[in-house]
Design a protein around this ligand. Structure first.
Ligand SMILES: Nc1ncnc2c1ncn2[C@@H]1O[C@H](COP(=O)(O)OP(=O)(O)O)[C@@H](O)[C@H]1O
Ligand SMILES: O=P(O)(O)O[C@H]1O[C@H](CO)[C@@H](O[C@H]2O[C@H](CO)[C@@H](O)[C@H](O)[C@H]2O)[C@H](O)[C@H]1O
Length: 476
């Protein structure tokens, strides 16, 4: 990227301290658990038409890791000439600014004034002379509600999402990389194909560097599924119902999830079919399958360093990866890449799937590669395993009384019932059965996912590390 405006008028050390603290504490920061330093912080764009006393800027912070590699994180910042009491919780720092003099700097996503400017820029993209590096795009067919107030989502996210009234949802990507963002590319294709299983794409924001001909995709604007229920929350509610009636079977309790699991399986099969129709489908030969097994083995090796508790299961996991080498060929296509119940939303019109970015920890080039549909199926099957374990953990039901034993039995039954319902509906919709080759692939992807989860939990939610580990223990 060419030299962008450097905010050189401010006290570098103090600014860096403030940004380091802000980034380090943010939920969306993916570098937790690793040693890192903050490098350049570059101002790469400013939103047009800000009122006096406000500047809304986008800055990119470079993070370097002691164990290798650098990442870029996006920081949309609101610079105010006066302190804003309502934004005290989002204060990043108090710095000197060339335009404003003394400036109070906030995370702009918490600020309705800044978000209104952002929305207006989507509705009326600034002319090319005024827009600098920022390039706002919209798809035809939807008129944005410019009166809508913004609300920042508070959930567990790798990025940051802001809802505009009941109309639109903007996802601001935090970790950004030059090139195509699969979330935007896939939503665009599925929206244009009129898929009923995604929230329609309304627009996106690019950061364009004409000198080096690189683009970084910064944000995505889409249909806000306001009344939808999160699939993960629905699953947890179903498990809680079961635990409240632990002497009944899953199919006898109110809130049985199997019907929804089946509808979800059919929805995924439809999304996979749409993706196969609009992105390349390729056949991988034995050499490529060997590479896949090697990649899984390498991921396990790296995971063992972060989570030494994986060691007792390493041999068993390696066998599951090695089994891939018995396959002649594997079909690959565009897939979701990080599918779990938290990426599904139940609306009155059926299930929607969100967040097609792939696993946040993988480099973009890897996330853009076609993969087997069994990766997504494995992701969902793992999620059905997670739900009852999470309820058990949060309910403190680990005591070894008879009731806890009963609940644990029912939990396993819940997971099995929903996995089966999901898988049966998925394969039925695709018109195929799970043969030996597919079973081998599915098993390897399940093993790869559980390894990924162990690292994810160790870094982000150490209290939940026992979830993937106990799944391994039970299957070993
Ligand atoms: N179009 C939408 N309408 C309503 N809620 C949504 C929509 N897209 C995502 N969500 C909710 O926002 C949460 C975070 O979205 P997601 O795309 O998974 O973000 P991230 O990439 O940060 O993980 C999801 O779990 C879902 O509950
Ligand atoms: O949604 P993200 O793209 O941020 O995905 C990451 O975080 C997920 C957790 O929020 C994590 O999913 C794991 O925990 C889920 C329960 O919270 C469970 O349903 C999934 O099966 C499990 O993998 C996901 O792996 C991670 O990439």
């Amino acid at each position: 990227m060419a030299e962008a405006d450097r905010p050189d008028d401010r006290d570098g050390a103090a600014v860096n301290d403030d940004i380091r603290r802000w980034v380090g504490e943010a939920r969306w920061f993916g570098g937790k658990g690793r040693e890192w330093t903050l490098g350049d912080v570059r101002r790469v764009g400013e939103l047009p038409d800000a009122p006096a006393g406000l500047r809304v800027r986008i800055e990119l912070a470079e993070i370097s890791y002691a164990d290798g590699g650098t990442e870029l994180y996006q920081l949309p910042l609101a610079y105010y000439a006066e302190p804003q009491d309502r934004l005290g919780h989002a204060l990043v720092g108090e710095w000197h600014d060339d335009d404003l003099g003394r400036a109070w700097v906030y995370d702009a996503l918490h600020d309705r004034e800044s978000m209104a400017l952002w929305l207006r820029a989507f509705a009326a993209p600034p002319s090319s002379t005024a827009r600098g590096l920022l390039d706002f795009h919209t798809l035809p067919g939807h008129e944005l509600d410019l009166e809508a107030h913004s609300t920042l989502f508070s959930g567990e996210q790798s990025n940051s999402s802001v809802a505009f009234g009941e109309d639109a949802l903007m996802k601001v990507f935090r970790k950004v990389t030059p090139g195509v963002n699969p979330d935007i590319a896939i939503h665009q294709v599925l929206t244009e194909a009129a898929s009923t299983h995604v929230a329609a794409l309304y627009g996106w924001l690019d950061l364009v560097d004409e000198e080096t001909n690189t683009t970084i995709q910064l944000a995505m604007l889409q249909q806000f599924l306001r009344t939808a229920s999160d699939g993960w929350d629905l699953a947890l509610a179903s498990v809680r119902n079961l635990f409240a009636e632990a002497d009944l079977h899953a199919d006898e309790v109110g809130g049985d999830f199997a019907g929804e699991a089946a509808r979800l399986g059919a929805a995924l099969a439809e999304v996979h079919a749409d993706l196969a129709a609009h992105f390349p489908v390729e056949r991988r030969d034995a050499a490529a399958i060997d590479d896949l097994a090697e990649a899984m083995e390498a991921r396990l090796d790296e995971a063992l360093v972060v989570v030494p508790d994986l060691a007792p299961y390493a041999d068993g996991l390696r066998e599951r990866f090695a089994a891939l080498r018995g396959l002649d060929a594997v079909e690959v296509q565009q897939v979701h890449g990080d599918l779990h119940l938290g990426q599904t939303l139940r609306t009155v019109r059926g299930w929607k799937i969100v967040d097609f970015e792939g696993e946040p920890a993988k480099p973009l080039a890897v996330r853009l590669e076609p993969d087997s549909v069994w990766r997504d199926v494995a992701g969902m099957l793992r999620s059905f395993d997670y739900a009852p374990r999470v309820v058990a953990l949060s309910g403190g039901s680990l005591e070894l009384d008879a009731e806890a034993e009963q609940r644990s039995y029912r939990a396993a039954e819940w997971a099995q019932r929903n996995r089966t319902a999901f898988l049966d509906a998925y394969t039925e919709e695709r018109g195929e059965v799970v043969g030996t080759a597919s079973a081998t692939l599915l098993d390897a992807y399940l093993a790869d996912k559980v390894v990924y989860e162990a690292v994810y939990e160790a870094r982000n939610r150490p209290g939940w590390l026992s979830i993937p580990l106990s799944a391994l223990e039970e299957s070993s």
